[in-house]
Design a protein around this ligand. Structure first.
Ligand SMILES: NC(=O)c1ccc[n+]([C@@H]2O[C@H](COP(=O)([O-])OP(=O)(O)OC[C@H]3O[C@@H](n4cnc5c(N)ncnc54)[C@H](O)[C@@H]3O)[C@@H](O)[C@H]2O)c1
Length: 375
């Protein structure tokens, strides 16, 4: 049985502990907080408990490390675990800079280790249904996708709403479109914690012309967990707040009737909700990780997909007029960013006059003189 250690026993870690205790051998629990260790030690008597991550890594019999600590610690802990020869499942996002994520991907590839980001929503059966609909062409050409991830709380202070909440929607949007955005711009404001945006609106544009949007906020009266996909033939909504109708398909679309001389009309048809399995997404995520550790599946792909999400986050990270939380913690090195871009195959961006990262083949470059609307 795979031997797993868990670092981080805060809000989210206990969910991972429960699943890995069921699916594998949970041999270590690690948290820097005495209280958290004292609370969890009796619940998992077969696991050893420590506040020292190095003690965990020194265990030669250990196969994998699961990291559910605060976001700014992810890169360092994941790197140390990979360098110690352990497979890693790290909560999202695994790093707060693309250059760091690229480094983790390289270390994992060089040692043939699993580096899997905890993109929970990708394991939601409702999202899997969206993917099936998109890939089967049921919706026609996908034109745009938008995500709403709002609530009052949990107020985060380490990472802003884009990095904390947006990573969920972004992972789904990229999964559904299977395309890397050419443009990502975020606007937001820090109302509660200086430098940490509580409300973010993020716009994405893809080389194919598809567009996406995300409204991310922990300062909102509505609890929304919704992704809407607009296709040319049909539209579909995944609403995780719904108990039964998680996915709703709308036969609504624009069309042209011959007798109206090419004017656009709209048509509306059936509205249906397919059955969606109630399997726990986190359990499916943990099972996928264990399968990858066992040598089943494409190890490199999960790491690459994770890197694509971090790159898109970094592109959108420069919220207008201020630096993003990650930047404030570790000043961005633009030279390093360009080097990372070159390494991953030619996406060399530049900073525009407002500090936004643009790709050289941006819309502005292709259409000189035409303003890029950013708000
Ligand atoms: N997938 C999801 O839906 C989901 C939901 C919530 C949180 N998360 C992610 O889980 C991670 C943790 O979030 P949380 O809300 O549980 O945070 P938290 O602050 O509640 O818990 C973090 C825990 O890590 C411990 N810790 C800090 N540094 C450590 C270190 N170096 N070594 C060992 N332990 C350390 C802290 O003492 C704390 O107990 C974050 O990355 C967050 O984005 C994911």
């Amino acid at each position: 049985m795979t031997k797993v250690a868990l670092a981080g026993l805060g809000y989210w870690g206990p969910n991972l502990a429960r699943n890995f205790d069921d699916l594998a051998e949970l041999t270590w629990l690690c948290d820097t907080s005495d209280e958290r260790r004292a609370e969890f030690a009796p619940r998992y008597p077969s696991g050893r408990v420590t506040g020292d991550f190095d003690e965990v890594l020194a265990d030669d019999s250990l196969d994998a490390v699961v990291i559910a600590t605060p976001v700014p610690t992810h890169y360092d802990l994941a790197k140390r675990a990979l360098e110690a020869g352990k497979h890693v499942l790290v909560e999202k996002p695994p790093a707060m800079r693309a250059i760091e994520m690229d480094e983790l991907v390289e270390i994992a590839a060089a040692r043939d280790l699993v580096l899997m980001p905890g993109h929970l929503l990708l394991y939601h059966p409702g999202v899997e249904k969206l993917k099936q609909l998109v890939d089967a062409g049921e919706l026609g050409d996908v034109l745009c996708i938008y995500g709403n991830r709002q609530n009052l709380g949990i107020v985060r202070t380490n990472e802003n709403a884009l990095w904390s909440l947006g990573v969920h929607d972004l992972s789904v949007i990229l999964y559904l479109l299977d395309e890397e955005p050419s443009e990502a711009v975020a606007h937001g404001n820090a109302f509660l914690t200086p430098g940490v945006e509580d409300v973010v609106f993020c716009y994405l544009r893809f080389p194919s012309g598809k567009i996406a949007h995300m409204h991310l906020s922990w300062l909102d009266p509505h609890k929304m967990r919704r992704i809407t996909v607009v296709g040319r033939e049909k539209m579909v909504v995944f609403d995780d707040m719904e108990l039964e109708r998680k996915v709703t398909i709308y036969e609504k679309a624009p069309w042209k009737r011959a007798e109206t001389y090419g004017e656009w009309q709209t048509r509306t048809g059936d509205i249906s909700s397919p059955k969606i399995s109630t399997d726990e997404p986190l359990k499916l995520e943990c099972q996928h990780f264990l399968r990858l550790v066992a040598g089943d599946g494409d190890r490199a792909k999960v790491a690459r997909d994770g890197a694509m999400v971090v790159r898109a986050l970094e592109q959108g990270a420069r919220v207008r007029g201020r630096r993003q939380a990650a930047d404030a913690l570790t000043p961005l090195d633009d030279q390093a960013r360009a080097t990372a871009a070159r390494r991953r195959g030619g996406w060399i961006g530049h900073l525009d006059r407002r500090g936004l990262v643009c790709r050289d083949k941006s819309r502005r470059a292709r259409h000189p003189g035409r303003p890029v609307v950013r708000s």
